[in-house]
Design a protein. Structure first.
Length: 142
């Protein structure tokens, strides 16, 4: 009986940790009323079993209360890369923003920049990655 209980416990633990819902990375984004000119905040958490709540907590800590309130969990991931792009450098208003979760850094970067450029509708500067830590990979992704 003891062996059966141990085997069931081991099977449950294996199932729990192999479940696709287990993620070590998360992306949260806040854009009030869908307009990045009114505020844009993002948070990427990687290699963190509590990534979703950590990303939301960080995103909601925006200086602009409307931006923090607008934060949404975009997605969780494991062994993937995430990138965030915007078209401002601190002196210009943000008119476009984009993000992506993908299997590798090149794909995530391209998708984020493409989404950003599409969202700016030809206004403002061209999009680029939004800072030093705006492209990160979780686990074994590169």
């Amino acid at each position: 009986m003891k062996k059966i209980i141990l085997a069931l416990a081991a099977a449950c633990m294996t199932a729990a940790f192999s479940h696709s819902g287990f993620a070590e990375g998360a992306l949260a984004v806040g854009i009030p009323q869908g307009d990045p000119n009114k505020g844009f905040r993002w948070s990427i958490q990687i290699n963190n079993p509590d990534s979703a709540s950590s990303a939301m907590k960080d995103c909601r800590a925006a200086r602009n209360p409307a931006t923090g309130k607008a934060c949404m969990l975009i997605g969780t991931f494991s062994d993937q890369c995430v990138a965030v792009a915007a078209n401002a450098d601190g002196s210009d208003p943000v008119t476009g923003a984009g993000w992506a979760i993908a299997p590798d850094s090149a794909t995530a970067t391209k998708r984020a920049i493409d989404q950003c450029n599409a969202s700016r509708n030809g206004t403002g500067r061209p999009c680029q990655l939004d800072g030093e830590k705006s492209m990160l990979c979780d686990g074994s992704a590169k």
